[in-house]
Design a protein around this ligand. Sequence first.
Ligand code: PGA
Length: 247
Amino acid sequence: MRKPVIAANWKMNKKVDDAQAFLDQFIPLVWNEKEIDIVIAPPFTVLHTVANLLKITSVSLAAQNMYFEEKGAFTGEISPAMLTDIGCTHVILGHSERRAIFGESDELINRKIGAARNFGLEVIFCIGETLAEREAGKTFDVLKKQIQAGLKEIPHNGIIVAYEPVWAIGTGKTATTAEAQEAHEFVRARLADLYGKAADETRILYGGSVTPESIDTLMACPDVDGALVGGASLKADSFARIVKYNK
Ligand code: PGA
């Protein structure tokens, strides 16, 4: 049985007061949700505040990015050791915004994943095709390459994959359940190429305009094990409803 994961990616949103107000409202709403792993990924500047507020809860803390070195002359970067020190248990790596806006390559992402695992951080590893790639019939080639390069020489433990079609992120366009299931099934088969039977245990999340309205049908897909939620995770009531899908 794969335990579902519902993760919030706040991206570059929320200052200290906003994060505090969100959690004051959110925590009581999900206090009893023990069957689901809930993860929140705030921006770096509020990690400390959120870490303190999550201490007595079962909600996990994630960073949205990190560098692969442990310390040193890397101005502006944050290391995996710094993340575990502050209470992070997870890190999002390979997000399409990092790939597209900040030019992160599969090779860089692979090094980051290796470093994160060396420090015991669970990785939410994002993959997904652009609209042009989908329209050119290249979706599966892109996913296969991202998986093979990103997870090269990475053991299966502590890896959560997030399939996020780029054309669905922040656009209000969610993949249909058929599109999501087809992609997730393909991703699991490629994970099986790398990991054999252990691929059955790997959680594969869907991301891209997930809302309280779309979560129930997405979660009904056999290979969808959770969601990575951007816009709809910024409001406590909407994110709590997504956590409590089907209720
Ligand atoms: P969205 O973002 O839910 O706003 O589409 C998802 C993500 O980028 O992780």
